[in-house]
Design a protein around this ligand. Structure first.
Ligand SMILES: O=C(O)CCC(=O)C(=O)O
Length: 268
């Protein structure tokens, strides 16, 4: 089936959050679950501040602006993972206690446990993203996380925006139903400075996904998706707002896991 041109609104699973059978059915149908505002909002905003205090210290933010606005000064960068300047800030983030505690928040752990029906293992590699404006070619391309994580296909990513993320700031979009036909081989896009493996054209169509879904994210939102579900970022089309998010991976304890489940980061 051809992929629809327009990007549609996520199916929201708030009403089913405590109902394991309904969550599993919706995940099996769409390849993702989206929850609006149910996540640990205060911790999410606390982590947003951590990212942005480091960004300010590095000279990336507009002088005199409120750090929580994530207002880029338009001069430093735009940087992406793969740039030395980015990694200097990122190294501080990945060593901050809140960055490492938040993925283990009981809300996330219990949600995944409800879905897999067993105790859950959280991958040690936690990922944070700071996506600059004016850097569209570095937008995360369509891919399936299994390309990077391996191990059991029944691994789930939870993507959390750190704060409100209107559409133009470039949050995550997910290709509905793209988990159904398994893993497809990815190709490397040489333009990408980092994590440039992706799917396009016929390879993307062959996943069976039919429509991209996203939302204007608010604090406390989260999207959970299967390791075969295709997803990508939306471009950051703003002049000055940096997009901040984290993504973390969870699987059933005892299932096979790949190398990235136990190391802290591939780059640092
Ligand atoms: O936030 C992004 O740009 C990409 C996130 C992603 O690929 C993931 O959560 O697996």
């Amino acid at each position: 089936m051809a992929i629809a041109e327009r990007v549609a609104e996520f199916v929201c699973s708030n009403a089913d959050v405590d109902d394991a059978a309904k969550l599993r059915a919706s995940l099996a149908e769409n390849g993702y679950l989206y929850f609006r505002g149910l996540g640990p909002k205060e911790k999410v905003l606390g982590l947003r501040r951590v990212f942005l205090e480091y960004a300010k210290e590095a000279g990336w933010l507009e002088a005199g602006s409120d750090v929580m606005e994530a207002r880029w000064n338009g001069r430093a960068g735009p940087y992406a993972e793969g740039d030395k300047e980015y990694l200097e800030v990122y190294k501080k983030i990945v060593n901050h206690p809140l960055f490492n505690e938040l993925p283990a928040d009981p809300f996330y752990m219990e949600l995944v446990q409800r879905i897999v029906g067993a105790p859950v293992m959280l991958h040690r590699m936690h990922i944070g993203r700071m996506s600059f404006p004016k850097n569209i070619e570095q937008t995360t391309p369509p891919h399936q996380d299994w390309h990077y994580i391996r191990g059991t296909a029944d691994t789930f990513t939870i993507w959390t925006p750190l704060g409100d993320t209107p559409l133009e700031v470039g949050g995550l979009k997910v290709l509905r139903g793209s988990h159904r036909h398994g893993f497809r081989e990815h190709a490397l896009d040489p333009v990408q400075k980092f994590a440039g493996w992706g799917l396009k054209g016929e390879n993307l169509d062959a996943t069976g996904g039919d429509e991209w879904h996203t939302t204007a994210y608010t604090s406390g939102d989260l999207v959970l998706f299967h390791s075969h579900t295709v997803h990508s970022a939306m471009p950051n089309l703003t002049e000055r707002t940096i997009r901040l998010s984290i993504d973390n991976r969870y699987q059933r304890q005892g299932d096979e896991f790949g190398a990235n489940a136990t190391r802290t980061h591939w780059n640092l």
